[in-house]
Design a protein around this ligand. Structure first.
Ligand code: UGA
Length: 440
């Protein structure tokens, strides 16, 4: 079976490399010729642990290739994945489907008989129907099927998630496509990971509902954290206590600076818009989106209140989460410019963020490690849960900084640990440690 994937971004590359790892013959396609040239040389455009090595290995064993000759390649494949971006349309918050539809047009011009077209991009309900219409218009007598097969890959652990999925969702009831999908995911099925076949529309909606449910949990625990701070409770204990209820479960209950990334914010917005257009309002989700925006404002206010007249702030971590270089909709993109506008001097260290691509942090001073940031700062703010930060030498920090303050928006340290240190410590949804109020 020959597989091609249109779109060599994060989803296309991970999917392509992992399917090649299962001995499928995969060609990853992209209109960006430079990107394809780099990929052919094993240079990948994103930071994803394990991906570069896997790609190099699969190129070597001739099961993975890259091309920008899209029409030529798809003419010779049995399965075509669409894995292009569906960013938020800045005018109306709906998903911008222009790339998906231009793939559909390209496929319509080149598709051969008995091809399965699989939509992996995150798309609103009814999109696969439209893709089918576009292909059908040019090929009314051709036998083909359009299938929905959303991805559930977390950045930073995408390869693990592909190999060990909680479930595989496939939207089709076409018998031949079911056979093809069973073959594509044979390794996972053999390892007894569940595969669910449903309608295309249900499959499309499962993706949005999953991301939105997870986003809701995050905002819920963040609001509980705010209450904890007011009433003297500990949000980590609350998360543990509620998470042990099997009906709730322990995942996605880490309080933090709010959700970011290329998926949750845009997918939540798109689902709210779908609700509006079908007259089925998604009120809860609307509140989640508003709550997430408000959170970033509140956290910069919190920093300002704690820092008082200390003007030098060190930021540890700017990516939206650890183990990625992705900055899309990262809380840092609102918090740092706000601090800069209020006259604070900002030093930054992040193990992976590419400082040249971030125009929002004008005049910020980038350092190469945690301790150089501490050297320039009155107050350290942890925005991303990189393990480097969890492992930092707190004794060294308290030696470097005059009256050290750490504001930890990822709750990386235990309160007992911090009580022993000569460091003022503020976290999320827990009591402040060694703060001047308590010391007085
Ligand atoms: C998310 C989903 O987890 C994937 O299943 C999905 O495939 C992907 O979106 C997508 O649609 O492509 P990802 O954006 O990589 O994956 O990141 P997550 O690990 O889910 O985290 C999302 C955001 O929630 C981050 O900002 C993270 O810091 C935050 N978060 C997560 C919390 O604040 N608390 C938590 O307990 C968990």
């Amino acid at each position: 079976m020959k597989i091609s994937i249109i779109g060599s971004g994060y989803v296309g590359l991970v999917t392509g490399a992992c399917m090649a790892n299962a001995n499928q013959h995969v060609t990853c396609l992209d209109i960006d010729e430079k990107k394809i040239k780099d990929l052919k040389n094993g240079k990948i455009p994103i930071y994803e642990p394990g991906l570069e090595d896997l790609i190099k290995e699969k190129i070597k064993s001739n099961v993975l290739s890259f091309s920008s000759e899209i029409s030529q390649t798809i003419r010779n494949t049995d399965v075509i994945f669409i894995a292009v971006g569906t960013p938020s349309n800045t005018e109306n918050n709906e998903a911008d489907l222009s790339q998906v539809f231009s793939c559909a047009e390209e496929i319509a011009r080149n598709i051969k008989n008995n091809t399965v077209v699989i939509v992996k991009s995150t798309v609103p309900v009814g999109t696969c129907d439209k893709v089918e219409e576009i292909i059908n218009l040019k090929n009314p007598s051709l036998n083909f099927d359009v299938v929905s097969n959303p991805e559930f890959l977390r950045e930073g652990s995408a390869i693990f998630d592909f190999e060990n999925p909680d479930r595989i969702i496939v939207g089709t009831h076409n018998k031949d496509s079911i056979t093809t999908l069973n073959l594509i995911y044979k390794k996972q099925i053999d390892n007894e990971f569940p595969i669910i076949f449903t309608t295309r529309r249900s499959s499309e909606l499962i993706k949005y509902a999953s991301n939105s449910m997870l986003a809701m949990r995050i905002i819920f625990i963040n609001e509980i954290a705010d209450l904890c701070e007011k009433v003297g409770a500990d949000v980590n204990d609350i998360a543990l206590g509620i998470g042990l209820d099997k009906r709730i479960g322990p995942e996605f209950l880490n309080a933090g600076p709010g959700f970011g990334g290329s998926c949750f914010p845009k997918d939540a917005r798109a689902l709210v818009e779908s609700g509006i257009s079908y007259n089925a309002p998604q009120n809860l989700l609307k509140a989640v989106i508003d709550g997430n925006e408000k959170r970033k404002e509140n956290l910069s206010k919190k920093i300002i209140t704690i820092a008082k007249n200390r003007k030098n702030i060190g930021i540890l971590g700017v990516t939206y989460k650890a183990n990625t270089d992705d900055m899309r909709e990262a809380p840092s993109l609102s918090i740092i410019p706000d601090l800069i506008n209020k006259g604070f001097n900002i030093s930054i260290f992040d193990p992976q963020a590419n400082k040249n691509s971030i125009k929002e942090f004008k005049n910020a001073n980038w350092e190469n490690d945690i301790y150089s940031v501490a050297n320039n700062s009155d107050c350290l703010v942890i925005l991303t849960e990189w393990s480097d930060f969890k492992d930092m030498d707190l004794k060294k920090i308290s030696d470097i900084m005059d009256k050290p303050i750490i504001i930890d928006f990822r709750n990386l340290f235990s309160l007992d640990e911090m009580k022993k240190m000569n460091i003022e410590y503020h976290s999320i949804g827990r009591e402040a440690i060694n703060s001047s109020k308590e010391v007085e």
